[in-house]
Design a protein around this ligand. Structure first.
Ligand code: ATP
Ligand code: MG
Length: 283
């Protein structure tokens, strides 16, 4: 069964989609069989993989809302070792519906049970990209995940939003009796020379362990909760605009910025260490 990593932050623009894209590309390059679930009706992740019209998936075998109706859902193969379940605007309607257990639909689809095989069995790594809110799709992402990865920008406003995101995670764990671990926090668009960023990062490194320490049922995947920061670079938006991975963009057009690739590689290595999936690689 693949490890399921949910990227959450209820603040918009935190880097969820960019990092999901970079990591899924990196893991698949290394030979891991990767599935990306775009669980955000905005469909940013789906667009990052080059699909510009979400409506093309409506009422097809790739329509993610099928999982709410017991119909088949097939991922799309986007490159070697990398499959995508694209988003669909119908997700928003499902999230707002009065359906019983709507937060657990993705979990059941990925992990299976009651005689049904879960899709996670076919992969080594599954990344779920979630929306910028604390609604049913974000809670559904948390409920489906073995690990929660939280990217965050480093302004004061972002840091206050982070507490809300943590509360959502804690509440979901309690409500659904989840057995997940916090994989860590990734500081995004960091400007090392900007005082605000430095101060916010230092303060988060102090306050977050304190907050989590109050809930002894919340597991953490590492004592050092913070990954290396990803610096503020326009290349991320440029790669997104071209619908190519950050690595491909840098290797093709920005060779002088290889440090961005090294940061992604280092975060990938660290995720492997924290989830100990090296020995389970099935290729
Ligand atoms: N390290 C970075 N430096 C500069 N810009 C970045 C960086 N990472 C991401 N961005 C840019 O920030 C914007 C928001 O990023 P992204 O879409 O990944 O965030 P998100 O959390 O998924 O947003 P949403 O909540 O809307 O889904 C994008 O334009 C992206 O290209
Ligand atoms: Mg996004």
């Amino acid at each position: 069964m693949g490890k399921i990593i949910g990227l959450v932050n209820q603040k918009g623009g935190a880097g969820k989609s960019s990092i999901t894209n970079a990591l899924s590309n990196e893991f698949s390059r290394r030979g891991y069989r990767v599935l990306v679930v775009d669980y955000d009706p905005q469909g940013t992740q789906t667009m990052l993989f080059g699909f510009n019209r979400l409506s093309e998936f409506s009422d097809t075998e790739h329509d993610i809302t099928n999982i709410f109706n017991g119909k088949d859902l097939k991922p799309i193969n986007v490159k070697e070792n990398l499959d995508l379940i694209p988003a669909n605007q119908g997700l928003r309607e499902e999230a707002e519906s009065g359906r019983m257990g709507k937060e657990l639909v993705l979990l059941n689809f990925l992990k299976g049970g009651f005689g049904k095989k879960g899709l996670a069995e076919e992969y080594d790594m599954i990344f779920i990209d979630s929306p910028a809110d604390s609604g049913a799709l974000t809670v559904g992402t948390i409920a489906s995940s073995d690990y929660i990865l939280i990217p965050t920008r480093l302004t004061f406003v972002d840091s206050t939003g982070l507490v809300g995101t943590l509360q959502t995670v804690i509440q979901a764990v309690m409500t659904f009796r989840l057995d997940l671990s916090i994989l860590g926090f990734i500081p995004v668009a960091y400007k090392p020379r900007l005082k605000e960023h430095k101060d916010v990062l230092a303060s988060l490194k102090q306050t977050i362990p304190q907050i989590l320490g109050r809930y002894d049922f919340i597991k953490i995947a590492s004592e050092d909760l913070f990954f290396d920061p990803i610096n503020d670079r326009i290349a991320w938006a440029e790669a997104a605009g071209k619908r190519i991975s950050i690595r491909d963009y840098i290797e093709k057009e920005k060779k002088g910025q290889k440090d961005i690739i090294y940061t992604v590689e280092k975060i990938t290595d660290e995720i492997i260490r924290r989830t100990l999936i090296l020995s389970e690689l099935t290729v």
